[in-house]
Write a protein that binds this ligand. Structure first.
Ligand code: ASP
Length: 451
């Protein structure tokens, strides 16, 4: 057995949490790779180390010395090092590391920002490896550059390069525990580049895929993934097993347990992802797998997300016009807008997009082009749209799920603006007014989980 484990910021927020995560690693000899985030918040009001680092980088980019911001970062690491009773040389190394980063030229602000942001994970990994060595365990800090974590040179939004995988596979021959900093890697030209925020999840998934791990354990601060947002429903139903596809659909509509891009590397290799709770390590957590064997109920999860809009167009005999949809989508592509769904009728077509992309300025340009280039007589925009989605692999072989959902919403007085079911039949999406979003989710939850 070989396991890659990733620990999030709340699992590393202070010395007590770090001791817990090290105990978790040591309690199972198959846990061989430990991917760490930067220390997160200790209390609700506290700041994450990554946010302290962003403030520091911004101060330097704006021409200030950032002395106070630097002190905040060093204080966080210093208090952890002191509580873990680490050798003073570790703090000297972290201070030198920060000085080295800050000496870099900040005229390319994106490049500078990434070099500073990466310090949270990098130094956290040094602290954790130092602690494990200090208590006499075989553990080593892994430098992502030496290991081969090569990424595209897209600052703040990097992607892994295919050539990284065979290099990272060599980790498997490291003795003991390899402590690997999450969130960043190096471009081929040697620059530090980070993934988007929350990207240590991606690092863990890449390493699990590269080393062909038996499981990728993602340790966070909840016992499991729940069937519905736990802030909307008390004691929600825990999900024991869920497929990658189901998880992807729920993440799309607001489930935030894992970074959106983190499933892909594990998915390609079919490596199960186990969401676990650092503060309750005996809980089995949620298994994200390719094929489910356990089904308890036809619906796995329900989610809702606001912030959508629809562009609704109609034209007499639209269905006869070859290439009509292609031309509409070409206009959107020209304007760099990605669309989310495209339900259609005989002579009508709706495009659902995120409001952030379809700004009022874009709306003006696009509606003008639709009229001029496609002769569309009627265009209407609805900017008050939320999507509510019910997800479950078992839905494809169960009759009447959509009817039950639509019935529950109709009884609750929620008007359905759009209904859409993808060909995979694992989800059904309803478009509702934004003010009904949470209410609709709760009503659907009652229907499928509380009857
Ligand atoms: N520390 C980074 C962030 O806060 C990455 C991570 O924690 O996954 O976004």
């Amino acid at each position: 057995m070989y396991k890659v484990c990733k620990f999030g910021g709340s699992s590393l927020a202070n010395a007590e949490q770090i001791r817990k995560v090290c105990d978790i690693m040591l309690s199972d000899p198959s846990r061989r790779v430990m991917v760490v985030s930067a220390p997160g918040k200790r209390t609700r009001e506290d700041a994450k180390v990554t946010d302290l680092l962003i403030a520091l980088a911004n101060a330097r980019i704006s021409g200030y010395d950032g002395a106070r911001e630097l002190q905040d970062v060093l204080d966080r690491f210093g208090s952890i090092a002191a509580e873990l009773e680490l050798e003073p040389s570790i703090m000297a190394a972290i201070t030198a590391d920060m000085d080295g980063r800050l000496c870099q030229d900040c005229s390319n602000s994106l490049r500078f920002m990434d070099a500073i942001k990466a310090a949270g994970e990098d130094n956290c990994a040094r602290l954790v490896a130092g602690y494990l060595q200090g208590i006499g365990r075989t553990a080593s800090y892994v430098d992502p550059r030496d290991a081969g974590m090569f990424l595209t040179e897209e600052y703040g939004n990097a992607q892994v390069l295919p050539e990284a995988y065979p290099l990272l596979a060599r980790l498997r021959s490291n003795p003991g525990i390899s402590v690997f900093p999450g969130f960043f890697g190096y471009s081929m030209s040697g620059q530090v580049v980070t993934f988007s925020r929350g990207g240590s999840d991606i690092t863990g998934s890449i390493l699990a895929a590269a080393t062909e791990a038996h499981v990728y354990e993602n340790w966070t601060d909840v016992d499991s993934v729940y069937s519905v947002n736990p802030t909307l429903v008390s004691n929600p139903h825990p999900i024991m097993e869920i497929t990658y596809d189901e998880m992807r659909e729920l993440a799309y509509a607001g489930f935030t347990v894992l970074h959106e891009e983190a499933l892909l590397p594990a998915y390609r290799k079919g490596i199960p992802v186990n969401i676990r709770n650092t503060n309750n390590p005996t809980a089995r957590g949620t298994m994200i797998v390719r094929d489910r064997v356990n089904f308890d109920g036809v619906v796995t999860g329900i989610a809702g997300a606001k912030g959508f809009c629809s562009l609704n167009m109609s034209k007499y005999l639209m269905n006869r016009e070859i290439g009509f949809a292609l031309k509409v989508l070409q206009i959107l592509a020209d304007e760099q807008i990605s669309f989310e769904h495209m339900p259609s009728g005989i002579d009508s077509l709706s495009i659902i997009m995120r409001k952030d992309y379809f700004t009022p300025e874009k709306e003006q340009i696009i509606t003008k082009r639709l009229a001029a280039e496609l002769g569309i007589e009627k265009v209407a925009v609805n900017r008050n749209l939320a999507i509510v989605i019910i997800v479950g692999e078992a839905m494809a072989r169960t009759v009447g799920v959509t009817a039950r959902a639509a019935n529950a919403l109709s009884k609750a007085g929620v008007n359905l603006e759009i209904i859409n079911q993808g060909s995979s039949e694992i989800s059904v999406m309803f478009g509702v007014r934004e003010e009904y979003c949470n209410y609709a989710v709760k009503e659907l939850y009652k229907e499928f989980f509380q009857r």
